[in-house]
Ligand binder design. Sequence first.
Ligand code: FES
Length: 193
Amino acid sequence: MSPIEPWGTKSEGEGSGAKPEFPGRRSFIAVLMAAGAALVGAVLAIPLVRFAFYPVLAQTSKTSWSNLGPLKDFQSLTEPERRIVKVTEVDGWLESASRKAVYVTKGTRKGALQGIEVLSAICPHLGCEVAWNAGEGRFLCPCHGSVFAPDGARISGPAPRGMDTLPVKASSGKLQVRYEYFRELVPDKEVMG
Ligand code: FES
């Protein structure tokens, strides 16, 4: 007959045939589970991160081609003609439409179409709207007095370059333009998107 042992003196599993579990194995399983959970979390987070950063990564403005009228109508221009184009702008999640002034004129700069150019009316100095002055036969900026020739070339004033030309093309006999924004205060034309 074996002597009676006091309560609590047997270790867990003793006498039942089960082997004691090593603490190292438990912590390894815990680390494995944590790593798996972290991996699943990271995979699920990718679409959320892309969603959150879309406004930062996406282009800030988008424009489509706008019709200006039959191309042949502009081939007999005697002075620049003002037109308005509709521009859709995206700022983060906000999409808005605005209207911008352009001038169709005769010119031979790069991108001209059959001797026709379309100029942005935005002054490359500080962004005021340049106006055609028929009496003087040139463009005048009302803000700081820059002066431009009928083809947009700079004549005088603080503007660092001539008026900017916009992309043009012909489609089904119509003159089309795509509006763009340009960096101000720099000597060379630089598209800002
Ligand atoms: S904004 Fe046109 S000259 Fe300054």
